[in-house]
Design a binder for this molecule. Structure first.
Ligand code: LLP
Length: 432
């Protein structure tokens, strides 16, 4: 696994060229560190792949994977679009100066206030998820005398090979209009009949952490068949085909991650083939990668504290973070790799369970981890924690959420401050 991390002359782990031990010392732990060059490289790898294919495209970063003003700034610099799934994400993006026209608004139960906010801020496209929302948006557009570009999120009946909570394209899903039962067509007709909505295309997202291309090809087949029906019956010509995200990454040696190029090449080839077969114009192809943009660029640094050893059992090595800053192992049985930051290349001699500091037995970060000998105060780096770690963080046990730093060009900068105890009670009120 030596390709997945770098060391300096002292043998210490480096992140974006900076010594992980220095970062931990200067900013404290638990600490979330992003290597910004790696984020840029990932994003650009999708752009390059599409550019080589010479098709119209957009890469819309699924910002739920990691949301902060700073990441919106970086994606904007890269010329990307973003998708948001709540008023809070939208608010953050707008505060970051992200152009509203490049924002897509998702969600299976957007509130009236959120939709109104999106309409008033002239968000690029609202991705409609259900009939209730079509009616709600229609009402808002009438009340505000405005118009909106929309897409329909459809569930094509494709099951992605991933954790059950990460599957979304199958019929039995809370998201989107079902294709097979005709709901998608009904939604299409409602939107087409509405003068204030312009349907620029369709969207689907089949799941997350997908490590093969079969699901995407099936998804494209289903969507192109649907578009073909709408072309024949209603003479509809979509501008955009939005295929969602889900491109899997390497968490551990078990994950055979595909490159952005493989995903993009297969996607474009498949869209081209069906467009040719059905005599349709090739629509703009949009994708919404989240995890694959920020996942591998993120590292969690923790300090080792107590160790519990029971004869005959695997020891528990505890760190100062855990399920509060990374719920994924507890929630999805997600696997990660971790290193001893002062000597990641040293031969492992002990096997432990890496556990967190939260009052819950399930707060286990890594079930089986081989490490060189450790002592209290050592820094452990968990790899590939950049997606859905901080963004799903909580204050369970009233533990302040960690600081997040961006590292680039030999500089490290806090982009989300560490919470303080005062922050924790800032919304509490005394009961009179
Ligand atoms: N587009 C839509 C409509 C989505 O629902 C999602 C993720 C994405 C794009 C981005 O998917 P990605 O490229 O990041 O796989 N918390 C879970 C993941 C939930 C994903 C939700 N939707 C986890 O930690 O694995």
């Amino acid at each position: 696994m030596n390709d997945y991390y770098q060391t300096n002359t002292k043998g210490h782990l480096t992140i974006g060229g900076m010594d992980a031990l220095d970062l931990a010392k200067n900013f404290g732990t638990p600490l979330m560190v992003y290597d910004v060059a790696q984020i840029r490289k990932q994003f650009q790898s999708f752009q390059q792949a599409f550019n080589q294919q010479k098709v119209a495209y957009a890469i819309s970063y699924a910002s739920k994977a990691f949301t902060a003003i700073a990441i919106y700034q970086v994606i904007n610099q890269l010329g990307g679009k973003i998708d948001v799934v709540s008023g809070g994400e939208l608010y953050t993006a707008l505060k970051a100066g992200f152009p509203p026209a490049k924002i897509s608004f998702h969600g299976n139960n957007k509130t009236k206030a959120e939709l109104l906010f999106a309409v008033q801020k002239h968000v690029g496209v609202i991705i409609l998820d259900n009939f209730y929302e079509i009616a709600l948006l229609s009402q808002i557009l009438n009340e505000t005398q405005s118009k909106a570009l929309v897409m329909l999120r459809v569930t094509p009946g494709v099951t992605a090979h991933t954790h059950e909570y990460d599957q979304t394209g199958q019929e039995d899903s809370k998201f989107g209009f079902d294709v097979n039962s005709g709901q998608a067509e009904q939604a299409f007709l409602q939107v087409q009949a509405n003068k204030k909505m312009k349907l620029i295309g369709i969207h689907s997202h089949i799941g997350s952490q997908i490590l093969e291309t079969v699901g995407f090809k099936l998804e494209i087949q289903k969507l192109m068949e649907l578009l073909n029906q709408w072309a024949e019956k209603y003479n509809y010509q979509p501008q955009v085909l939005n295929l969602g995200g889900g491109f899997g990454i390497r968490y551990t040696a078990k994950d055979q991650a595909l490159t952005s190029k493989i995903f993009v090449d297969e996607i474009v080839k498949t869209v081209r083939n069906y467009a040719h077969e059905f005599h349709l114009k090739i629509p703009e192809i949009w994708i919404e990668p989240g995890r694959s943009i920020v996942g591998n660029a993120g590292y969690s640094l923790y300090t080792v504290g107590s160790e519990k050893k029971v004869p005959g059992l695997l020891p528990y090595l505890a760190v100062d973070g855990g399920m509060g800053d990374n719920i994924r192992p507890a929630l999805y049985q997600a696997d990660y790799e971790a290193l001893l930051a002062r000597c990641p290349k040293e031969k492992p001699t002990e096997t432990v369970r890496l556990v967190g500091r939260y009052c819950e037995s399930g707060d286990i970060l890594i079930k089986k981890l081989s490490l060189p000998p450790t002592k209290p105060g050592d820094i452990i780096a968990m790899l590939a924690t950049g997606a859905y770690g901080y963004s799903m963080a909580s204050n369970y046990n009233r533990v302040p959420r960690p600081a997040v730093i961006f590292v680039e060009n030999g500089k490290a900068q806090e982009v989300i401050k560490r919470e303080t105890y005062a922050d924790l009670i800032s919304h509490d009120c005394f009961y009179q």
